[in-house]
Design a protein around this ligand. Structure first.
Ligand SMILES: N[C@@H](CCC(=O)N[C@@H](CS)C(=O)NCC(=O)O)C(=O)O
Length: 231
């Protein structure tokens, strides 16, 4: 039952937003428990094995890692479908979620945390710019048609990648990194995403994100995410 769903979340968190987007796209109601990541409640360590949000509790199961939570929701609540019908399509969807998780997002945290190291900043800046160009060319540039990441169908790839793109103002504010003019498809995709009711319901403005990431940009962040990203 959808009403058995409980999401441990934090409004600032792009990964938690991924799952909130899937819940909204599927019209699922969940009890959402917001936590303050700078002041985690005592019970959080029991619930979250990595000390991170999001965590989903459902039907006796405890699921963590946003991309895996979203696939779980897709399996249990298949309508509306957010995965392609073909195996190749599903592989493409997972490739782009992995690209976001492994290539793009770590570089965005690392470029902020490298406050005092211009060489490392340069390295991560290049990774980010390469990732923009790669997404523009290899994902959006290869779609047959349609406004979404893989074409006509909105999938978990759109909902996984969007929250990090919503936060691009953070990179511009602190490190002067912007989406290059050549990334017109990315810009159009972002605009299309921002029309969706699920995005409108979860979206925060640039000023909110800029304030939320100040502790990464001044390298004072001391949570588990910052520890992982410093490695
Ligand atoms: N790979 C994880 C990442 C989740 C994550 O990094 N969450 C952050 C907030 S955006 C967190 O809870 N960090 C805890 C901390 O920094 O102490 C996922 O996809 O769910």
């Amino acid at each position: 039952m959808a009403s058995d769903l409980k999401l441990v979340s934090a409004e600032v968190c792009p990964y938690a937003q991924r799952t909130r987007l899937v819940l909204l796209e599927k019209g699922l109601e969940a009890e959402t428990v917001e936590i303050d990541l700078r002041n985690k409640p005592g019970w959080f360590a029991e619930v979250s094995p990595y000390g991170k949000v999001p965590v989903l509790l459902h039907d006796g199961a405890r699921i963590w890692e946003s991309a895996i939570i979203n696939e779980y929701l897709e399996e249990i609540f298949p309508e509306p479908r957010l995965t392609p019908d073909t195996a190749a399509g599903r592989a493409a969807m997972r490739i782009w979620i992995a690209h976001d998780d492994v290539k793009f997002v770590p570089a965005t945290y690392k470029v902020l945390l490298a406050r005092d190291d211009p060489e490392r900043q340069k390295l991560h800046r290049e990774t980010i710019l390469d990732a923009f160009a790669f997404m523009e060319r290899e994902a959006l540039g290869r779609r047959a048609s349609g406004p979404w990441w893989l074409g006509e169908q909105l999938t978990l790839a759109d909902l996984a990648i969007y929250p990090h793109m919503e936060r691009l103002a953070v990179l511009e504010e602190y490190r002067g990194i912007t989406l290059p003019p050549a990334c017109g498809r990315l810009r159009e995709w972002l605009a299309a995403m921002q029309e969706r009711p699920s995005v409108r319901a979860t979206r925060k403005d640039d000023a909110y994100h800029i304030a939320a990431y100040a502790k990464y940009a001044d390298a004072s962040a001391n949570g588990t995410t910052a520890a992982d990203m410093r490695l």
